[in-house]
Design a protein around this ligand. Structure first.
Ligand code: VGL
Ligand code: ZN
Length: 198
């Protein structure tokens, strides 16, 4: 068994003080750092949007953050501007031990499509390349941690399980946005997909 730790979007904009702050987002950093030595590979993901990204409410006339919109690939939550490429908000939390990572996956960089999952963009078919990286390294088992439990961690975990990886989400090392019951539906969706919630 070869194991990877997948650290999802531990970036300034998802931590207190950031543009899309997740409550307690920075509380998990020390625990994530402490886990890294137990894994054969550490992968970081980084939400990485161009200015004017289509997931930003500011890109749509008359729309406010957290409203929904229909995109060609399906419904999409509109967010405050966040994780804009090259900004401090898009940088990893300063205390995250990025030196242990062998791979950094950037996502959400195409203007017209969002990407919650580390594996596929929100059309559920455009690959990020992470599956190939993990398979060519012989990795079978994934532990996921990071932000946010109900969006990027959830989509990444469900996709990984569908791809046949053995997936555990360490919920103590994740924090949620929790919009309209999104945390509860993410938990049941992950469990239903065969993800272990630990
Ligand atoms: C995320 C909303 C928008 C996440 C990223 O990392 O969960 N959520 N972009
Ligand atoms: Zn985003």
């Amino acid at each position: 068994m070869t194991r990877a730790l997948i650290v999802i979007d531990v970036q300034n904009d998802f931590c207190p003080g950031g543009a899309l702050a997740v409550p307690g987002g920075d509380d998990i950093v020390a625990g994530i750092n402490a886990l890294m030595a137990d894994y054969d590979a550490v992968v970081l993901t980084q939400d990485w949007h161009p200015t004017g990204h289509s997931s930003f409410a500011s890109s749509h006339n008359g729309k406010a953050p957290y409203e929904m919109i229909d995109m060609p690939y399906g419904p999409q939550v509109l967010w405050p501007d966040h994780c804009v490429q090259g900004t401090e908000g898009a940088a990893f939390h300063a205390d995250l031990n990025t030196g242990r990572a062998s791979m950094i996956v950037r996502k959400g960089y195409r203007p017209a499509i969002d990407s919650y999952s580390a594996f596929f963009e929100n059309d559920h078919e455009t690959p990020t390349g992470l599956e190939g990286y993990l398979r060519t390294r012989g990795i079978t088992d994934l532990t996921m941690v990071g932000l946010a439990t109900d969006f990027c961690v959830n989509f990444s975990a469900v996709d990984a399980a569908k791809l046949g990886f053995n997936v555990t989400v360490r919920t103590d090392l994740c924090r949620a946005i929790d919009l309209d019951g999104s945390l509860a539906s993410a938990q049941s969706g992950m469990t239903g997909a065969g993800v272990t919630l630990a």
